[in-house]
Write a protein that binds this ligand. Structure first.
Ligand SMILES: [Zn+2]
Length: 393
């Protein structure tokens, strides 16, 4: 499972509806716990029994019926998760408290499965279609949800946090382990000239389709404003723009995925620059901004394939990586236009190759730390975790 998270833009009315849905989830969950507690000892209350119970609760309470039926089931599943954990603790005779299921008071999320919502065909918007009245929500975030087939979205969850509401999509991407073809170690340097340069001296070209598509998109965008507002032609121009945009984000995703897969398949250790740091110091030209988007995607796929191939992926601080000599460690100052690294020690390398070797050396140096990052499961990417599990922890 891959979890994509977006900040939600919601009105006061929508806030009320979401809070109401969150309260309903808690109500159903607690009702299910109560149902289990009150059942006679010989009655087998399992996941299915609780699912059936959610149907009964829907019949009884109007505000429960207003919540999508699969979302109701997801709520009783939360109860089941707590019960099941308790049973498991008892069975293995866990020392201390066994975690008897408690009634929840502070629920902060509502979870939909494959129904009760619809994605906008092109824009980053989602509409909740059940009777809770949440309606259409605009999503803020850099990931493009449209690059994944709607069918692969297994769960949609609205989470309330101190600073507002978030929408999470749980996407079913195949995470079966595969074996690596080689156990290499590689450092990757991001540049403008190439998509990346690696420590073995390979330069990965920037995909041409991106530059070409970028031009087309800019053109399509201008066409919208040339047409009169409210006219059919303008609507059509906007659709053309949206379609082009969608196509290129899919291509970009496929490209990033393919590259990341190859890199992780062939290497036991992959080191790259922590771009959040680098982004702040680099200049702001168009080419750079295109690369940044592509790189963020690439990075995400690296983390994904790291799990699949058991590859260690490490982000290192890019500071001084281009100035330092990868052979002797001396600082060799160079401007952006200097393409070759030439050191007094006799080391002569292409500039980015030198940087990539430094990146790899940094990753090797912080071995202990890198192991904890091994699966690339950082704060933004949650791999291998299902939403039910998260809800319960
Ligand atoms: Zn040197």
């Amino acid at each position: 499972m891959l979890v994509l998270e977006y900040k939600a833009v919601v009105s006061k009315n929508q806030e009320r509806s979401i809070n109401e849905a969150i309260r309903t989830v808690q109500f159903i969950r607690n009702k299910a716990i109560r149902f289990w507690m009150d059942s006679p000892k010989d009655a087998k209350v399992n996941r299915i029994a609780l699912n059936n119970y959610s149907t009964a609760v829907r019949k009884e309470f109007k505000f429960v019926e207003e919540l999508n039926s699969m979302a109701c089931q997801a709520s009783t599943e939360r109860a089941w998760y707590a019960i099941d954990r308790f049973y498991a603790n008892c069975k293995c005779n866990k020392p201390g408290k066994k975690g008897f299921p408690k009634f929840q008071k502070d629920n902060r999320s509502v979870e939909y499965k494959t129904s009760g919502w619809a994605l906008h065909p092109t824009k980053r918007r989602i509409t909740f279609t059940d009777k809770k009245g949440i309606g259409e929500i605009k999503l803020l975030g850099k990931w493009d949800i449209h690059t994944y087939p709607v069918k692969s979205i297994k769960r949609v969850r609205i989470v309330k946090r101190a600073d507002g509401y978030y929408v999470q999509f749980s996407i079913d991407v195949d995470t079966h382990k595969e074996s690596r073809s080689a156990d290499g170690e590689v450092g990757l340097d991001v540049g403008l000239e190439f998509f990346y340069s690696d420590s073995n001296g390979h330069h990965e070209e920037n995909p041409k389709f991106l530059r070409k598509a970028e031009k087309e998109i800019k053109h399509a965008q201008r066409q919208i404003y040339k047409k009169e507002k409210g006219k059919n032609q303008r609507r059509k121009a906007r659709q053309r723009y949206a379609r082009k945009h969608l196509r290129v984000s899919r291509q970009r995703n496929e490209h990033a995925k393919k590259l990341a897969r190859n890199v992780c398949k062939a290497n036991a250790l992959v080191a790259y620059e922590d771009l959040n740091v680098k982004g702040m110091v680099k200049n702001h030209c168009l080419a750079k901004s295109i690369n940044d988007v592509a790189w963020t995607l690439f990075r995400r796929w690296l983390e994904y394939f790291a799990v699949k191939f058991s590859t260690t992926v490490v982000a290192v601080n890019p500071r001084m990586t281009s100035q330092k000599c990868s052979d002797c460690g001396a600082i060799v100052k160079k401007s952006l236009s200097t393409r070759t690294h030439k050191c007094d020690c006799g080391c002569e390398l292409q500039r980015d190759t030198n940087a990539a070797i430094n990146i790899l050396n940094l990753a090797r140096a912080r071995d202990g730390q890198s192991r904890s990052n091994a699966t690339g499961v950082a704060t933004t990417t949650l791999l291998g975790a299902t939403l039910v599990e998260q809800a319960a922890t």
